[in-house]
Design a protein around this ligand. Structure first.
Ligand code: ZN
Length: 367
């Protein structure tokens, strides 16, 4: 759910925003769900003192317009919630790669978690606080302004959902905000690994509880959320055990040494012939001084023009410094397109390759 998706052509406070393909399904679904509930919501709002004529809002295309506006408002609210996280992380010096909207809400992809004591709790808690404040502000609009019934409906819907969003995210289950707060607070007294294990256990119990409740009440969305929380919580625990296994290790400790580099002047037909005796899909290409120029894929050489030379096949290399933490290398590798990172020294020369097999070997050696 990360990296892929449709990137919007603008940034919010310097942070790119993208839509996961599942979003194309979920926006009309939410719009339709809300529009089909307009009379019920109107009744509910009237019961809490916000007079809305449900019958008038249920005629013709009105409910669909309301549903679409409310759904768009809901996703905007999620983006604002995620911006809360991203800006707090920025205050700790951690950048955000982007905010992605997907099936079950939003994710702010932080480059890293701030390592300061308790910082994760602060970054996490700001999300629900942002939503709660937004809900309160919208609530104040309702009580101070007289607006047309349709606008009142959408504003009231968003006021309530923002408060619900805040409360839901406070559930102490990883990877929800509440789970992060719990983990970060536990980590004040315990090792981070132990804190993650405990928070992960709490998450699984909560997820199973949510799932059973969703099943008994035939709430499909709740069941989907429970399934997501269960899996994501487990992934979080695995990521943490990997992190602690690689603790203190550098890329240089895990990489494959003596990498095969390809000279930029190698004829294309000879490069293509590498396929016969080596199994790597791509190789780093260097100039006569050993400086990395990029990578070339064997697959690209298949139909290539021999006279054009290797220059025509060059792609940007995904590189990492030999001194970077191994954990960072593994994470970059997982997101890498070619499945191999070229390891360079401080002078930009190729000193190794970090591939999946190298990581498996490094893990084996740790046991
Ligand atoms: Zn959040």
């Amino acid at each position: 759910m990360t990296g892929r998706g449709w990137k919007l052509p603008f940034k919010l406070l310097g942070i790119p925003l993208s839509l996961d393909p599942s979003f194309a399904l979920v926006l009309p679904l939410f719009a339709w769900l809300i529009s089909s509930q307009v009379p019920a919501y109107a009744e509910l709002l009237t019961a809490v003192g916000i007079e809305i004529d449900g019958a008038a809002l249920s005629r013709g295309i009105v409910p669909y317009v309301l549903g679409l506006s409310a759904a768009l408002g809901l996703f905007t609210s999620v983006v604002i919630h995620e911006l809360g996280h991203a800006l707090t992380a920025r205050a700790y010096g951690v950048a955000t790669r982007g905010i992605t909207l997907w099936f079950l809400g939003g994710v702010a992809q932080l480059e890293d978690m701030p390592r300061q004591r308790g910082a994760e709790a602060v970054v996490a808690i700001v999300g629900p606080i942002t939503s709660a404040v937004l809900g309160a502000l919208l609530g104040m609009l309702l009580t101070t302004l007289t607006m047309p019934a349709g606008v009142t409906f959408v504003v009231a819907y968003l006021a309530i959902t923002n408060v619900a969003l805040a409360l839901f995210n406070l559930l102490p289950a990883l990877p929800l905000d509440g789970g992060r707060v719990l983990r970060s607070l536990l980590a004040l007294f315990l090792s981070r690994e132990r804190a993650t294990l405990i928070a992960g256990g709490v998450s699984q119990v909560l997820a199973i509880g949510l799932g059973v409740y969703g099943f008994l009440s035939l709430n499909l969305l709740l069941m989907a959320v429970a399934f997501f929380v269960y899996n994501a919580g487990r992934a979080e625990v695995q990521a943490e055990s990997m992190r602690s296994a690689f603790e203190g290790r550098r890329v240089a400790d895990g990489m494959g040494r003596d990498p095969i580099t390809i000279d930029i002047d190698m004829p294309v037909d000879r490069f293509r012939a590498l396929r016969a005796w080596k199994t790597h899909p791509c190789y780093p290409v260097v100039d006569p001084d050993g400086q990395l120029l990029g990578v070339a894929r064997i697959a690209d050489a298949e139909g290539a023009d021999d006279d054009a030379g290797l220059h025509a096949l060059l792609r940007p290399a995904e590189t990492i410094g030999a001194d970077e933490p191994l954990e960072v290398g593994v994470r970059r590798l997982a997101a890498s397109e070619l499945g191999r990172l070229v390891v360079t020294d401080a002078r930009g020369r190729v000193v190794g390759i970090l591939g999946k097999a190298d990581v498996v070997r490094a893990l084996e050696a740790l046991r």
